[in-house]
Design a protein. Structure first.
Length: 449
C-alpha cells in the first residue's frame, strides 16, 4: 500500500490513523517512509512519532525538516529524549540538542552522564517537589498547578529539605484522606518505610523492585540522599522486553542484537551469529576426536555406532532443559549463587530418573523390535542394556552440566544467559560419547569387544 493510499484511508476514518500507520510503518521502504512523513499533517505525524519505539523514532527523524524536528522533540519527556539521542547518529545529536532550551539541554546532559542500563539513565528529572512544612491544602493547590505541565508524573509528591535531601514521600491518596490543615511532615512516608533507588542501580534490579513492591514510581537519589529524579513503572516495560529479548537471543546461541531484526544490517547480523557458530563448530570437532579414540571398539562392534545420535542428543536435550530452567530462575531471583548445591542434588536426582525413563524406552525398543536379530545380532539384550545404562549416565551428566554452568558464569561475573542451550549440548555431545563407549567397554567386554 502506497503512502497516498494510507492518507486516503486516514481521511475516510481518522479514528484508525494510529493503527494503520503503526502497522504499516515497519514494512515500508525508506523512500515510502520519507514520502509519508512529508505528506502527513502535523497531528498525524505527532501521533505516529509518539507511538513508535526508540529506534523507529530515530529513523523517522532522519526524514523530517528542522521545524518538524523542533515540534516532535518537545513532545518527549527528558528521559525518553535522552534515549532517543543515544540512538541517532552523532551529527543528528548536535542538531537535536541545539533545538532545545538551555534548561532542557542541562537535563539531557545530566541523564547522558549515566549508563543507559542504570536507574539514573532511565529516570525523569521532573517530579513534584514539596517542603515538609506545607499543609495538605497547599500541596493539593500546588499539584493542581503542576499537572498543567507534568500531568503524567503526578503519582506521588516528594518531600525534600532545603538542600534537596529526600525526607519523605506523600501519595495523592494520603493528601485526600487527611484534613486540609495537616502538615506533610506528619502524614508522609519516611524513615525505613521510604523506598528509594541509588542512581547507579542496574535496571534489572529496579525491575525486580517494581515487581516485588508493585510501585508506580520510585525516587532516585545520589550518595548524599538528594533526590535527582524519579523512575516510573511504565519506563521499565520496555526494559523488561529488551532484557528478555537479549536473554532469548543469547540462549539461542548468538550475540544479542542491538536493533530490531529488519533494522539490523545484513553483515552485522551475520557477524553476531558467526562467532558462536564457529565456537560451537570447533567444539563439535572434539566429537570426531572422541570417536577416533574409540575407533577399535567401533570396528569390533559396528552396531554401537547406530545409537550414537540417540545417545548424544538425549544428553544435549537434558542439558538444554536444565540450563534454561536455571537461567530463568536466576533472572527471576528464584535461585541465588549460594543455592548451587541444592540445584546440584535436585538435578542429579532428576537426571537419574529422566535417564531411567529414556533408558527403559530404549531397552524395550531394542529387545522387542521384530528385526532385532538381523539388526543387532544375537547379543541384542546386552546391547540394549548398554544403551539403557549409558542413557542414565549421560542424561544425568547433561542435567548437571546444564544446571551448574550458569552458576560458574555468575560466579565469574558473566551473564548466565551465555550458557546457551547449543553450548551445553555441544559440551555434552563430546562427554556423552566418552560415557557411552566407557559403559560399552565394561558391559560388552568379552562379548563383542
Amino acid at each position: 500500500m502506497s503512502p497516498r493510499d494510507h492518507l486516503n484511508l486516514l481521511e475516510e476514518n481518522e479514528g484508525i490513523k494510529c493503527r494503520i500507520l503503526l502497522e504499516s510503518w515497519s514494512s515500508m521502504s525508506a523512500e515510502e517512509q520519507s514520502d509519508l512523513v512529508r505528506s502527513l499533517e502535523r497531528h498525524f505525524l505527532e501521533d505516529l512519532f509518539l507511538n513508535l519505539n526508540t529506534d523507529e523514532k530515530a529513523h523517522l527523524l532522519s526524514y523530517v525538516k528542522p521545524y518538524q524536528l523542533w515540534s516532535l522533540i518537545h513532545l518527549m519527556a527528558p528521559d525518553d529524549l535522552a534515549d532517543l539521542i543515544q540512538s541517532v547518529p552523532e551529527e543528528r545529536q548536535g542538531e537535536i540538542m541545539a533545538a532545545l532550551e538551555e534548561s532542557s539541554r542541562a537535563e539531557i546532559r545530566a541523564l547522558l552522564a549515566y549508563k543507559e542500563d542504570q536507574a539514573g539513565g532511565r529516570m525523569n528529572p521532573r517530579y513534584a517537589r514539596m517542603r515538609p512544612e506545607m499543609t495538605v491544602e497547599e500541596a493539593i493547590r500546588y499539584l493542581r498547578t503542576l499537572t498543567r505541565f507534568q500531568a503524567e508524573l503526578i503519582y506521588q509528591a516528594y518531600v525534600v529539605a532545603p538542600d534537596n535531601e529526600l525526607v519523605g514521600v506523600v501519595s495523592l491518596r494520603q493528601l485526600f484522606a487527611n484534613p486540609p490543615t495537616a502538615k506533610l511532615t506528619d502524614i508522609m512516608v519516611k524513615g525505613e518505610e521510604l523506598v528509594k533507588i541509588p542512581e547507579h542501580m542496574d535496571q534489572e534490579d529496579v525491575v525486580k523492585l517494581f515487581k516485588k513492591k508493585s510501585f508506580s514510581a520510585l525516587p532516585v537519589v545520589n550518595d548524599k540522599n538528594q533526590i535527582v529524579g524519579i523512575v516510573t513503572v511504565d519506563d521499565f516495560v520496555t526494559v523488561v522486553q529488551e532484557e528478555a529479548t537479549e536473554d532469548i537471543q543469547k540462549l539461542g546461541g548468538m550475540e544479542a542484537l542491538d536493533a530490531p531484526y529488519f533494522a539490523t544490517p545484513f553483515f552485522h547480523l551475520v557477524r553476531k551469529r558467526a562467532g558462536w557458530l564457529l565456537a560451537l563448530f570447533v567444539g563439535e570437532m572434539f566429537t570426531a576426536t572422541a570417536m577416533g579414540y574409540f575407533e577399535h571398539e567401533i570396528e569390533k562392534a559396528v552396531v554401537l555406532a547406530l545409537f550414537i545420535p540417540l545417545i548424544i542428543s538425549s544428553g544435549g536435550n537434558s542439558g538444554s532443559q536444565a540450563s534454561t530452567l536455571v537461567i530463568r530462575a536466576m533472572a527471576l531471583g528464584e535461585v541465588r549463587l549460594v543455592d548451587w548445591w541444592r540445584v546440584f542434588y535436585r538435578e542429579a536426582a532428576a537426571g537419574v530418573f529422566l535417564g531411567a525413563i529414556l533408558g527403559s524406552v530404549g531397552l524395550c525398543r531394542i529387545i522387542l523390535w521384530p528385526a532385532r536379530h538381523s539388526l543387532y545380532g544375537e547379543h541384542f539384550v546386552m546391547i540394549g542394556l548398554t544403551v539403557a545404562v549409558s542413557l542414565v549416565g549421560i542424561v544425568m551428566w547433561g542435567a548437571l552440566a546444564g544446571s551448574m554452568l550458569p552458576f560458574v558464569l555468575r560466579w565469574l561475573k558473566f551473564d548466565p544467559a551465555t550458557a546457551c542451550a547449543p553450548f551445553v549440548a555441544t559440551l555434552v555431545d563430546v562427554t556423552g560419547l566418552i560415557i557411552y563407549f566407557s559403559v560399552a567397554s565394561v558391559l560388552l567386554s568379552g562379548i563383542l569387544l
